[in-house]
Design a protein around this ligand. Structure first.
Ligand code: NAX
Length: 326
């Protein structure tokens, strides 16, 4: 059995974490041979509820769960952490403008970035789930100057999985038969779910569906899926978001399947003409705990326009919080 690794989770008493923590502790994220120590961060008023979650974690008697630490101090929660899942964020309150939301979250993610910089493992892998996820990840990374910005990522895997599910349903296939799906850009309704390179059971997806379905159905359905879940369930996606967070970290740590790739929001490096300075979702392969952008894909005019729209939105988000970047 390996040595336990430390996994920090913020927003640990929230609804996503209620689905997430038990799966991390059961080995779904890092494998059945990898013991974990959970280090859970919450705001002070939620510590009581968090105690209840810890009681339930203990009551599961998970063989791989070696310890659970809880705190309202980021420097305790991130101490020596090998992985961090930043789920807690400030939700949009009544009458709150988008700019206020960006600023409120900038305060949270700059504090957490600084704490990670100070106390976490030098090899930490960070996933930001809390919205606006891409820009929150940018803020955290910019406040952690001693770490590589590439150690900070944001989650578009839920969008990726939603796109797989929609295409599987349309083509009468199973999601496991679909390869090379891509989400470009922001985790927001400007994201661009792209099937140009996707295959279904080895056949080009673009030859199995028509352009009208793609434009009028597939793209808007994936972009607006979060809102549709809220309307149907009366609460935002939680179990599916937790499943995607598990997928993101597992793929990053343990690798992609041969011939396939996943979507991750990472620091743009100029690939595909996306200017550096934002966290942009790209198709990536993972190997040996490292990700790399899939290069050399042909980009149609249709794709380029949508990739630019979502890039523009990320630049605007960045401009709104630029003064808070570390
Ligand atoms: P909840 O409101 O149920 O839970 C959030 C928790 O975070 C609360 O318990 C709160 O006390 C805690 N929190 C707030 N500020 C904190 C801080 N500074 N430090 C530590 N904890 C803090 O929200 P939940 O449904 O769990 O969603 C969490 C976040 O995920 C939201 O920002 C949400 O918008 C975002 N999502 C992101 C998705 C993605 O694909 N990237 C999809 C699902 C989800 O919408």
């Amino acid at each position: 059995m390996k040595q336990p690794v430390r996994v920090a989770v913020t927003g640990a008493a929230g609804q996503i974490s209620y689905a997430l923590l038990f799966r991390i502790a059961s080995g779904s994220m890092l494998g059945q041979d990898q013991p974990v120590i959970l280090q859970l961060l919450e705001i002070t008023p939620a510590m009581g509820a968090l105690q209840g979650v810890v009681m339930e974690l203990n009551d599961c008697a998970f063989p791989l769960l070696h310890d659970v630490v809880i705190s309202d101090d980021p420097e305790v929660a991130f101490k020596d952490a090998d992985y961090a899942l930043l789920v807690g964020a400030r939700p949009r309150g009544p009458g709150m403008e988008r700019k206020d939301l960006l600023e409120a979250n900038a305060a949270i993610f700059s504090t957490q970035g600084k704490a990670i910089n100070k106390v976490a493992s030098r090899d930490i892998k960070v996933l930001v789930v809390g919205n606006p996820a891409n820009t929150n990840a940018l803020i955290a990374a910019s406040n952690a100057p001693d770490l590589d910005a590439g150690q900070f990522t944001a989650m578009t895997r839920l969008d990726h999985n939603r796109a797989l599910s929609q295409l599987a349903e349309k083509t009468g296939s199973h999601t496991t038969q679909i390869k090379r799906m891509t989400i470009w850009g922001n985790h927001s309704n400007t994201q661009y779910p792209d099937i140009s390179n996707a295959t279904v059971d080895g056949k080009a997806a673009s030859e199995l569906v028509d352009q009208t379905w793609l434009e009028d159905n597939f793209i808007p359905t994936v972009q607006e899926r979060g809102a549709a879940i809220i309307k149907a369930r009366g609460a935002s996606s939680a179990a599916s978001a937790a499943a995607a967070a598990i997928d993101h970290m597992r793929t990053w740590a343990l690798g992609t399947e041969e011939g396939d790739w996943v979507s991750m929001a990472i620091p743009s490096d100029g690939s595909y003409g996306i200017e550096p300075g934002i966290m942009y979702s790209y198709p990536v392969t993972c190997n040996d705990g490292k990700y790399s952008i899939v290069e050399g894909l042909a980009i149609s005019e249709f794709s380029r326009a949508r990739m630019n729209t979502t890039e523009d939105e990320l630049r605007q988000e960045r401009a709104a919080i630029e003064h808070l970047l570390g």
